[in-house]
Design a protein. Sequence first.
Length: 107
Amino acid sequence: MNSVIEKEKKLNLALTKLKKLNLKNPDIKKNIQNLSYQKNQLEIEKQELEEKYKSLVNDYNNLSEKLDDFQNQEKIEKKKQAEFSEKIDELNQETDTLIDEIDKWQT
């Protein structure tokens, strides 16, 4: 019971202080306006940063796609080079076989 009475006294004291608070105080009004201005500026900066972030994400995605394309092209080129080397080796073997055949015919 005693704590309820103490809480009531504290609540009444807080209410009294709130009633005495002069919201027309020019310093408070100026501080509120200043805080409002700072809040607006921060919201603008946040919006700009979000737009820059989205732009960076888009750039990253585009560059990732280009990198994937280059890597795929590189794989294709390596495969073509390997096939080309195989064909050259086959032609060299056929040439060696033909030279051997020609040598047999000449002797």
